[in-house]
Design a protein around this ligand. Structure first.
Ligand code: IVH
Length: 656
């Protein structure tokens, strides 16, 4: 019976390979199903003959409790980006400084998520996501369901290969038609791979291209295109559109071709990857901290698409600025669905003559807010409604004020709830007090329920913890985590507070300059206009705004209240001139620290002359390990790097 099972497995594996990897089916669906049924039956009758690499394993059903962490022996790096021909030429020039006549391999940049596949003795034993590049997650149970990932390769060797898991446009559309609502195929693929139950991934029709061999010398391979050929021979799905190019002109041709033909591909690509072909040359070029110098990614330019403006609404920002936004008929741009675009201000809308009902072209580049580029005037039918800037605040109805020489209108009502909410949101933001766990919605809800009216209230929230735990969506754990975050924010260095309290014209950089120069809030509050404006990089407008701010009693009260609540009012980032136990050393933080957020711990180390890095290597001097430290701690122990616990860290800090 074992022989028959082996025979069927061979037939089915070959059929899978022909179908999914070569795109050339060799047996009919009915034949495939018949073999599959026979195999399932035999495996049920003889469970001890069930092979790990049997195609029956692909139907899923394996459920794991949690994702195990996986450390990548060779880090999974990402790529630098170039955006136009000039930058491609610059990349080529930089390569040519090291290598005289480089040849490249140009590849499609598949828009999915990268994966590392590990084979032992020819069998798939582990699949892992990239994670932060050093530590990823074990997704073997889901990878096994992907038909273009071979469970057994054509040689019984140990090997790691890397590539991209993705979802075809077709499967993506079907999935969303079935009721799911993923914004783009990449999110859908990532969401499917991050499932504990492999049935989900099995039902999602994922695919995988392999494009990287981390250890080519082990197989006597010396060029990237040989590596691709070798991996294809082993049975991996290697993209047939990869191309070796002999010079920059051939490369530009390849890019032009795929820029045009990209819509005809059955999967999404977001650019072209360019890799130096010769592996010795790659080694000579080396790496930056994050990415190889021998490769880069050309990213396609922002896509423009047409849609219709359904409405124009007005929103209030924390400064009181009222901004018009277009509500659009939802369209897919650059892989995500857009239903809103900024219209900046009245002048912008008037100069482009944007009307409600207009067909417009909109553009989105990277993470930038989508913008209306132009109106397609030919598409007007007379029903469009001309734009009219609102004269009143959409929230508190106060009359708006247009400041001299500014295009923007402002709500100047200090008690406008929209402004207050936006300010509270800003107070918690990353570059301000950096209080994690507050979404915009939570702040709005807490405001409306009366828990949060002003900045001081953040630090009084702990008195309401019982009430907060009763709220829907919250529990003991989440509220306590939030309260811990708030408590930790009291230790922030002064510039975070200065940025957080929304003093007009004080951005991140100005806040830092002010805090660095005045060292504590009292010095700053007692400073005259001359004192402030005499500082390098601080102009008169900023100086006036700062002095005006602190001349108001309500702001003086705010500072004194926050001080009484225990919020730090001094600059902590000052680099110490004296030698400390941190000077010149590289630290890695791992696990959960109880007394600090990561950001604060980092600031403290840097203030005492140390550096903080994200991954452990032989360049690391000390790993600071909090609770539940994982693989970084293991790696530190393996490499013999010193490890401090939180107590030792605090003791060392307290010496300075
Ligand atoms: S090479 C050191 N090749 O793009 C080699 N990456 O922005 C690093 N990607 O993290 C990767 N298609 O997830 C490479 N043909 C391709 C790719 C590709 C898609 C992804 C990959 C990588 C990201 C970098």
């Amino acid at each position: 019976m074992e022989k028959r099972i082996d025979e069927i497995i061979n037939i089915l594996n070959k059929a899978n390979y022909d179908y999914y990897t070569l795109d050339k089916p060799t047996i009919t669906d009915q034949e495939y199903d018949r073999y599959m049924q026979e195999l399932i039956k035999l495996e049920n009758e003889y469970p001890n003959l069930k092979r790990d690499d049997s195609p029956t394993q692909r139907v899923g059903g394996m459920i794991i409790d949690e994702f195990k962490k996986v450390t990548h022996e060779i880090p999974m790096l990402s790529l630098g980006n170039v955006f136009n021909e000039d930058e491609i030429r610059l990349f080529d020039e930089r390569v040519k400084k090291v290598v005289s006549n480089p040849k490249y391999v140009a590849e499609l940049k598949i828009d999915g998520l990268s994966v590392s596949l590990l084979y032992k003795n020819g069998k798939l034993v582990r699949a892992a996501t990239r994670g932060d590049g050093v530590v990823g997650e074990d997704i073997t149970h889901n990878a096994r369901t992907i038909k273009s990932i071979p469970l057994t390769i054509n040689k019984a060797i140990d090997i790691e290969v890397r590539g991209e898991i993705y979802m075809s446009k077709d499967s993506f559309n079907k999935l969303n038609e079935s009721g799911e609502n993923f914004a783009n195929p990449r999110n859908a693929a990532a969401g499917s791979v991050r499932q504990l139950d492999s049935k989900v991934a099995a039902s999602r029709n994922l695919d995988c291209f392999i494009y990287h061999l981390p250890d080519p010398e082990d197989y006597n391979i010396y060029t990237h295109d040989d590596a691709l050929r070798f991996m294809k021979e082993l049975g991996f799905n290697v993209n047939p559109n990869n191309k070796k190019v002999n010079n920059i002109l051939e490369l530009l041709d390849y890019i032009e071709y795929w820029t045009k033909n990209r819509p005809n591909l059955p999967y999404e690509i977001d650019g072209i990857v360019i890799k130096v072909n010769d592996l010795h040359e790659q080694a000579r070029l080396g790496f930056t901290a994050r990415s190889p110098k021998w490769a880069t990614a050309y990213k396609f330019p922002a896509e423009e698409v047409l849609t219709k403006i359904k409405d124009i609404i007005f929103t209030v920002g924390r400064t009181g600025q009222v901004t018009p936004s277009a509500i659009l008929e939802p369209v897919r741009v650059m892989g995500s669905v857009i239903s809103k675009a900024t219209l900046h201000n009245e002048d912008y809308v008037v100069s482009k003559d944007i009307r409600i009902g207009d067909v417009v072209s909109i553009k989105k580049a990277g993470d930038v807010i989508p913008e209306v580029v132009k109106v397609i005037k030919d598409r007007r039918d007379g029903s469009e409604k001309p734009f009219e800037m609102t004269k009143n605040c959409p929230i508190c109805k106060e009359k708006l004020v247009r400041k001299e020489k500014e295009a923007a209108y402002y709500c100047v009502n200090e008690h406008c709830p929209a402004k207050k909410i936006e300010k509270l949101i800003h107070f918690t933001s990353r570059h301000a007090m950096n209080i994690e766990g507050f979404g915009d919605r939570i702040i709005e809800d807490f405001y409306n329920m009366g828990f949060l009216k002003n900045y001081e209230d953040f630090y009084n929230l702990k008195d309401h913890s019982k009430d907060l735990m009763e709220l829907e969506g919250f529990g003991f754990k989440s509220i306590n985590k939030l309260l811990d975050e708030i408590e930790n924010s009291k230790n922030n260095s002064l510039e975070r507070l200065l940025f957080g309290i929304s003093i007009r014209h004080v951005g991140v950089k100005t806040a830092d300059i002010l805090a660095n120069n005045f060292k504590n809030i009292d010095n700053l509050m007692n400073a005259s206009f001359e004192d402030v404006s005499s500082i390098n990089d601080i102009g008169e407008i900023i100086a006036k705004s700062v002095v005006d701010y602190f001349s108001l009693d309500e702001n003086k009260n705010l500072i004194s209240n926050l001080k009484n609540l225990g919020v730090n009012m001094s600059y902590l980032k000052q680099k110490s001139d004296k030698e400390t136990e941190f000077t010149g050393k590289t630290f890695v933080l791992t696990g959960t620290l109880e007394r600090f957020t990561r950001t604060i711990a980092k600031e403290k180390i840097e203030a005492l002359g140390g550096n903080v890095s994200g991954s452990v290597s032989n360049k690391t001097d000390v790993v600071i390990a909090g609770k539940e430290a994982g693989s970084k701690l293991d790696k530190a122990l393996k490499l013999g790097v010193s490890v401090w616990n939180e107590e030792e860290f605090i003791n060392t800090l307290s010496k300075y």
